[in-house]
Ligand binder design. Structure first.
Ligand SMILES: [Zn+2]
Length: 184
């Protein structure tokens, strides 16, 4: 599947609110290639020339339901606060632990599937550990993430449960500081 902006559904489509299925093992070539296609979309969307050529919407991550596929698969390409690159194409990711400490992204979050701007702080765990199968390295991985990378992983993970970032915004006081949370 060559993923383009045309394949991406938005939050007007009820599929975006459905839960994704666990991918059965052994993982098929089709599922692995699909995870890699999601990864390629994100990678290409960070290349100015390709963005212009193929009219891509820039992204740091994309989850399978965003292209109408209800499988527990997502990909991220993230430069962290130290400009270090983290890239994954994950099948069956599971958050196995998290900090009690929270964080939130300064200026709020955005999403390929949300056209309107939703202003507000989105509380996230500051640190998480995720276990998954990574299609880039073809291995089971346990990822320890913090800060920005942890935020992006939680955003994509939410998509697998039909949750969107603005669901977490305090409707009555969207910009109220989140207690004990670090601004990233
Ligand atoms: Zn999103």
């Amino acid at each position: 599947m060559n993923i383009t902006t045309k394949n991406i559904i938005n939050d007007k489509n009820p599929i975006i609110r459905q839960k994704s299925q666990i991918v059965s093992t052994p993982y098929s070539e089709e599922d692995i290639n699909f995870a890699l296609d999601l990864y390629t979309y994100v990678k290409n969307s960070q290349d100015d020339t390709l963005v212009e050529k193929y009219a891509l919407k820039p992204a740091v991550g994309i989850a399978a339901p965003q292209v109408g596929v209800l499988k527990q698969i997502f990909a991220v390409v993230v430069y962290d606060e130290n400009n270090e690159l983290h890239e994954y194409a994950l099948i069956n990711p599971k958050i196995i632990s998290h900090s009690t400490k929270r964080c939130y992204l300064s200026g709020g979050e955005g999403c390929l599937s949300v056209d309107e701007k939703h202003i507000g702080n989105v509380p996230r765990y500051f640190r998480i550990k995720i276990h998954a199968f990574d299609c880039l390295t073809k291995s089971e991985v346990t990822i320890s993430a913090k800060g920005y990378l942890a935020i992006v992983l939680q955003h994509e993970y939410d998509h697998l449960n039909g949750v969107l970032f603005y669901d977490h915004i305090n409707k009555k006081a969207p910009l109220m500081p989140i207690e004990d949370a670090i601004e990233i």
